[in-house]
Design a protein around this ligand. Structure first.
Ligand SMILES: O=C(O)C[C@@](O)(CF)CCOP(=O)(O)OP(=O)(O)O
Length: 325
């Protein structure tokens, strides 16, 4: 009982930032992301009778502790939800997401794991079921089930049965690009899970953030449909800034931004002033992702690489959903 699946990571343009249910991982708002071609995880899961416990290796290195725990807890969830006996599995993952890049490798990781594990068990989940399952591993991962532009619908139900992702536009609908700007200086990251919880619990700006989502989402979906790059970029950049503003009002306050983060932000604004359309978005870390159009790839890449404090710039096109190998 063995299967292999490949999933790509995704970067939110309308952010998921806060849960209404911690255990089922149900969000406070809808979010919308772009699946990236450049960053993916390939995972093989083999269930074997007689295995005492689950094992996990990442990029050919045996994982213990938290990494193994997250995989095993997720397999427990599958074993219980699909009434599988106490059979354990060997899990092997290969990540092209450069861990230092601060890309949400957990998104492609959980999507590939969910797909490979259920396929190995002979469960033929449709995309909705797979997205709903993946969501319970890590919220943003549920969007990696699809390629292109993807919306995670928050749902209304307390049991989360209506909280899963749907595709807004396929990867080949519109050739927009994203550069991952990897900064050299690092800081201890407040994880997205911890950061959003503190913000929900303590930030006076949080409700205003949630209230701003619906118009942002409507506008960005119009922009995608019209292939209006400026409209999509402006809404995405403003949405990211509003999300990060909530952290400044948390107790205790925190920010993910470093000097180099803000240097990249300023450079992106200057590129726009110079007539090169580019927009930034930032997640739960200092690294910056920059949206741009193919005709400006050379200019954008060169400009970003020359910013002091930038260690690497990784270019990506839009990516596909899950594939089975
Ligand atoms: O991706 C986005 O929409 C925005 C963020 O990346 C901004 F930081 C949050 C991702 O949170 P995730 O890691 O999915 O949390 P989990 O459900 O607690 O595992």
């Amino acid at each position: 009982m063995k299967a292999t699946a490949k999933a790509h990571t995704n970067i939110a343009l309308i952010k998921y930032w806060g849960k209404r249910d911690e255990s089922l991982i149900l969000p406070m708002n809808n979010s919308l992301s772009l699946t990236l071609d450049g960053f993916h995880t390939t995972t093989t899961v083999e269930f074997q009778e007689g295995l005492e416990k689950d094992t996990f290796s990442l990029n050919s290195v045996g994982a213990e502790g938290v990494e193994l725990e997250r995989v095993s807890v997720f397999l427990d969830l599958i074993r219980s939800q699909y009434d599988i006996g106490p059979i354990h599995a060997q899990v092997q993952s290969t990540n092209t997401v450069p861990t230092a890049a601060g890309f949400a490798s957990s998104a492609s990781g959980f999507a590939a794991l969910a797909a490979a594990a259920t396929r190995a068990l002979g469960l033929e989940l449709d995309d909705t079921e797979l997205s709903r399952l993946t969501r319970q591993g890590s919220g943003s991962a549920c969007r990696s089930v699809y390629g292109g532009f993807v919306e995670w619908q928050m749902g209304e139900r307390a049991d989360g049965m209506d909280s899963y992702a749907v595709q807004v536009a396929p990867a080949n609908y519109w050739d927009v690009r994203m550069a991952g700007v990897v900064l050299s200086d690092k800081m201890k990251k407040v994880s997205s899970r911890e950061g959003m919880k503190r913000t929900v619990d303590t930030s006076p700006f949080y409700n205003a953030w949630v209230d701003s989502i619906a118009p942002d989402l409507a506008g960005i979906k119009d922009g995608i449909r019209e292939q209006n790059f400026e409209k999509v970029g402006e809404i995405a950049e403003a949405n990211c800034l509003k999300m990060h503003a909530t952290t400044l009002g948390a107790v205790p306050p925190f920010t993910y931004w470093l000097d180099s983060t803000m240097a990249v932000m300023q450079t992106v604004r200057s590129m726009r002033d110079a007539g090169v359309p580019a927009y930034f978005t930032i997640d739960a870390g200092p690294n910056v992702k920059v949206l741009y159009l193919p005709e400006n790839e050379e200019a954008v890449h060169t400009t970003l690489r020359n910013i002091p404090g930038v260690a690497d710039v990784i270019l990506s096109r839009t990516g596909q959903g899950i594939t089975y190998l």
